[in-house]
Design a protein around this ligand. Structure first.
Ligand SMILES: CC[C@@H](C(=O)O)C(=O)SCCNC(=O)CCNC(=O)[C@H](O)C(C)(C)COP(=O)(O)OP(=O)(O)OC[C@H]1O[C@@H](n2cnc3c(N)ncnc32)[C@H](O)[C@@H]1OP(=O)(O)O
Ligand SMILES: [Co+2]
Length: 134
């Protein structure tokens, strides 16, 4: 069911500093920051030949990454995102298997203007999983 690895997300306190580190020290191509108020984060993508790294900085008082950064003050890997061909079919299959879909269970539009869903980290080896419609 899952396809390509779309991105690995890293939660950071300072997205400008993280972007400069990857651009200037690692020599990577880094996009400009984009606020995603519906998700409570500001996002930057590091474009690699085979996948992307997504930097997440908290946006607003109720950011879903605030507690993660409290527990991981230096930042850290927050989620992996896999592409699926049909996100509603994937969701229904996963629900039938007993996996917990986060939020209200309905896809939201993600950073690539495509529907996304999140799966509970406790159901996937302690790793938060994002699914993005391919
Ligand atoms: C920009 C849009 C989009 C894209 O297109 O790419 C994005 O990537 S948006 C990214 C941000 N959005 C989300 O993360 C949405 C989904 N997340 C959530 O619903 C919540 O963050 C959460 C996963 C349910 C956690 O909520 P929280 O309030 O932080 O709950 P707890 O602190 O109680 O956590 C419960 C339990 O789970 C562990 N945990 C939490 N986050 C992670 C994580 N990222 N990876 C692994 N484990 C995680 C946490 O440590 C708790 O464990 P215990 O302490 O053992 O109970
Ligand atoms: Co993501």
């Amino acid at each position: 069911m899952i396809g390509r690895l779309n991105h690995v997300a890293i939660a950071v306190r300072d997205i400008a500093k993280a972007s400069a580190l990857y651009r200037d020290t690692l020599g990577a191509k880094v996009t400009a920051p984009v606020a995603q108020p519906a998700h409570g984060v500001t996002v930057v993508f590091v474009e690699l030949p085979n996948t992307k790294i997504e930097f997440l900085e908290p946006l607003g008082a109720d950011s879903p990454i605030a507690r993660f950064l409290d527990k991981n003050p230096d930042g850290g890997i927050h989620h992996v995102c896999y592409e699926v061909d049909d996100i509603l079919a994937a969701r229904d299959h996963l629900k039938a298997q007993g996996a917990r879909i986060l939020g209200d269970g309905e896809p939201k539009i993600g950073a690539h203007d495509k529907p996304v869903l999140f799966l509970h980290p406790k159901d996937f080896n302690g790793t938060l999983v994002e699914l993005e419609q391919a």
